[in-house]
Design a protein around this ligand. Structure first.
Ligand SMILES: NC(=O)c1ccc[n+]([C@@H]2O[C@H](COP(=O)([O-])OP(=O)(O)OC[C@H]3O[C@@H](n4cnc5c(N)ncnc54)[C@H](O)[C@@H]3O)[C@@H](O)[C@H]2O)c1
Length: 305
């Protein structure tokens, strides 16, 4: 096996278990030194713990290099300290994988303000804050030597954010925001040689286990090398490693899902059929018929039940 990330330094957030652990193990397998971040909270974001230590131990046991970080990624200062720890411990930062997440699902009429705020904070600010500190690090490096820095940000979205999911107005909003943030960040950082992309995984983790009829939780290290399980949390990790590598320098601002054996390049919002009123103001009383006939091709767009 040729190693794609020899000598690179990565931070993976929420890597104490689940999908993040899968990414951390795969990055280390390809030669990256990994700062394993995890707050160690419950799936709903309560409490703290040392889950990061378990992933570090696995990486070291397999001959890799890793260190633990227990920051809350939604805490701006703590996110800065996390990036500084990666630089102090391993010399610099090359790869940031924003993966940490929680869920607090319910239909909007049952959702508390705290359920909305905490999910938005962990996912959205929890991706923005480490990205901000990483961007400052890369800008300083780029200014110092004028060369492209080859940095990578890989964010994590979800089908809920891309196409919607009942009971997840908090989570879906955050995940759609992350896809949008990816596009804007990719524009801002391109000139210094940093790419920003977004993956959409699917796996049997404690997040999916909160849903009725979900499969039992699988840990990334439960599945032996070479074994295939479509719900293994590391199913999307080879895609993350490739996006993090120098080979993927030409891929920027993209959203790519890895679901079981499929890798799906997502096509986002794009202009569709257009109605032109030839310089006149629209008349609301006529708009229903015009849109139904010329744009939607039906009187009931999006009516699914
Ligand atoms: N499981 C799926 O099918 C699926 C699908 C689409 C997207 N995702 C996304 O993948 C990511 C990983 O989820 P998972 O399914 O592995 O869940 P998980 O609960 O197994 O792992 C999430 C990890 O994030 C950590 N974490 C939570 N809040 C944190 C914070 N504020 N700071 C640092 N760490 C924090 C948790 O302690 C946990 O270890 C999430 O962003 C999730 O939304 C998962």
């Amino acid at each position: 096996m040729s190693r794609l990330l020899e000598g690179k330094v990565a931070v993976v957030t929420g890597a104490g278990q689940g999908i993040g652990r899968g990414h951390a193990l795969e990055l280390a397998k390809h030669g990256a030194k990994v700062l394993v971040n995890d707050l160690g909270s419950s799936v709903h974001g309560e409490g703290t713990g040392r889950a990061a230590d378990d992933t570090v131990a696995l990486i070291v046991e397999r001959g890799g290099e890793a260190a633990a970080n227990y920051a809350n990624v939604a805490d701006y200062a703590a996110a800065g300290e996390m990036v500084a720890q990666a630089v102090d411990t391993f010399g610099q930062l090359d790869i940031l994988v924003n993966n940490a997440g929680i869920v607090r699902d319910s239909a909007i009429w049952n959702m508390d303000e705290a359920d909305f705020d905490s999910v938005i904070a962990v996912h959205l600010k929890g991706a923005w804050a480490p990205s901000k500190h990483a961007a400052v690090h890369w800008r300083e490096r780029n200014k110092a030597n004028g060369a492209p820095v080859g940095g990578r940000i890989i964010n994590t979205t979800s089908g809920a954010g891309l196409v919607g999911n009942f009971g997840q107005t908090n989570y879906a909003t955050a995940k759609a925001g992350i896809a949008g943030m990816t596009q804007t960040l990719s524009l801002e950082l391109a000139k210094m040689g940093v790419t920003v992309n977004c993956v959409g995984p699917a796996a049997a983790t404690r997040i999916t286990a909160t849903m009725p009829g979900a499969p039992a939780v699988i840990e990334a290290n439960d599945v032996d090398e070479g074994e295939w399980n479509p719900m293994d949390p590391s199913v999307s990790s080879p895609l993350v490693v490739w996006l993090a590598s120098d080979e993927a320098a030409h891929v920027n601002g993209q959203v790519i899902r890895a679901v079981a054996e499929n890798i799906i390049w997502m096509k986002g919002w794009a202009d569709g059929p257009t109605l032109n009123n030839k310089g006149r103001r629209w008349d609301a009383s006529k708009l229903g018929a015009q849109l139904g006939i010329d744009i939607f091709g039906t009187r009931a767009p999006g009516l699914r039940y």
